[in-house]
Design a protein around this ligand. Structure first.
Ligand code: ATP
Ligand code: MG
Length: 423
């Protein structure tokens, strides 16, 4: 029989929609990576009868139950009382829990009061779970034949306590030896449906499971396989073979974002960049300054929202605007080159488009955005058409021009139509 683990997520805020139960999601992901699926997830109100009924239900079907929340000092924090009642013991003060509380408060120039001292009370005979980044320690107790691990509800604390104490316990109790291996690919510039179709065409080994996640506007492809590394490597090579030659994979590291990969490329190559933005209103600059250390490459930009600023600050000729429109390849080319010479950078990025909801026309409907990247090799422009809500259009085009910059630095050609969603 496989070892069964369930979660009791407590708190009325989880039931009335104020807070999403991310703690259960976190545990589900951590365990499934090790080949173990949760038995049940239950959310219950801060009410002792509800809590007792929930705990009873889960201990009946699980060898290990994790509780989340309710360890704080206030009257609605009932988990300590719940577990003491369920285990048939009383609450007693744990000296090491008290010492932790006192030093936690002392380090912040405060003194623990009697309310906060409630957090040093744990069910008699329990094993304390340290909480290095918060006040309330957790604990492990036996309830019938089940082990119950009670953790703080604060997600940072919950994760830390889970990783440091509960996960090793589950791994040893469940005898989890087989680790699921995975390979990840993050793709920019293609819709999820097309990425999926291309991967399905590869007819990968049945041992390898494929999952997709659209993290707008990126698409993440994950290959998973238990044990057989060779099969996984073959599948990964096949996926790479489809997307990498066209430059669509910006990273194979699941923790890296598009912004981080652009950031790393600029720094590693000692390159500088500037911007000239119209419809994105500074979003490209905001993205470029998001990572600490961005002063190593970002010089500045011109927020050229009106035609007048495009003319005055970037020298876009009036005739170019009147003949092609401010939303045109011709205008973004001038904007990009002007920003590059104004800020004396290696690269300059320009954006001009119709973010909507008004201002579209038959020739240039909402979602029509021109992108430009100027470098010493000249200027590259692209139409980036993405018919969506204003914020999506702005976000997509801001990230697309950054992806164009990534491709320019790497010398990856822009496929036909890129980044219109096809190739
Ligand atoms: P505290 O000592 O802060 O009172 P606690 O262990 O009593 O911690 P709760 O009071 O239940 O935990 O929740 C603390 C914080 O964590 C709240 O902001 C709550 O919204 C959040 N939280 C609680 N449970 C979850 C959960 N399952 N998923 C995500 N966030 C949660
Ligand atoms: Mg609380």
């Amino acid at each position: 029989m496989t070892f069964s683990v369930s979660i009791l997520a407590t708190g009325s805020e989880l039931l009335d929609g104020r807070v999403l139960d991310t703690n259960s999601h976190f545990v589900a992901r951590e365990l499934s990576e090790r080949g173990l699926k949760l038995k049940r997830v239950l959310c219950v109100d801060d009410d002792i009868d509800e809590l007792l009924a929930g705990l009873r239900q889960l201990t009946e079907v699980s060898q290990l139950v994790i509780t989340s929340g309710g360890l704080g000092p206030t009257s609605d924090d009932l988990t300590r009382d719940l577990l003491a009642a369920a285990a048939g013991v009383s609450l007693v003060e744990f000296p090491n829990a008290r010492a932790h509380l006192e030093s936690f408060y002392r380090a912040r120039g405060r003194v623990v009061d009697s309310t906060n001292l409630r957090q040093a009370l744990l069910p008699e005979g329990a094993e304390m779970i340290p909480n290095p980044i918060g006040t309330a320690p957790g604990f492990i107790v036996r309830v019938g034949t089940s082990i119950v691990c009670s953790l703080s509800g604060v997600p940072r604390e919950f994760q830390r306590m889970f990783n440091e104490t509960v996960l090793p316990l589950v791994v040893s109790k469940a005898g989890l030896t087989e680790t699921i291996q995975r390979r990840s690919f993050k793709v920019f510039g293609l819709p999820e449906s097309l990425v999926g179709a291309k991967v399905e065409d590869l007819a990968l080994s049945k041992e390898v499971t494929v999952s997709y996640r659209a993290a707008f506007p990126e698409v993440h492809v994950t290959l998973k396989c238990s044990g057989a590394t060779r099969l996984l490597d073959e599948a990964a090579a096949a996926v790479r073979g489809v997307f990498a030659p066209h430059g669509f994979i910006f990273t194979e590291d699941p923790k890296i974002t598009l912004l981080q990969s652009v950031h790393a490329l600029l720094l590693a190559n000692g390159l500088t960049v500037a911007t000239a933005e119209s419809c994105t209103g500074g979003m490209v600059g905001q993205f470029l300054t998001q990572q600490p250390g961005s002063s190593g490459y970002f010089r500045g930009g011109v927020l050229a929202y009106s035609d007048e600023v495009k003319r005055r600050e970037l020298g876009v000729p009036e005739t170019l605007i009147s003949s092609h429109g401010a939303v045109s390849a011709e205008v973004v080319a001038v904007m990009a080159e002007a920003a590059r010479s104004k800020f004396k950078t290696d690269y300059a990025l320009a954006v001009s488009g119709v973010a909507g909801p008004d201002g579209g026309s038959d020739a240039k409907p909402v979602g029509t955005v021109y992108l430009g990247v100027a470098s010493s090799a000249g200027v590259l422009t692209r139409l980036c058409f993405y018919a969506s809500e204003r914020e999506n259009v702005r976000r997509y085009s801001s990230l697309a021009v950054l992806d164009m910059l990534r491709r320019s630095i790497l010398g990856a050609a822009l496929p036909d139509g890129y980044p219109v969603m096809k190739f």
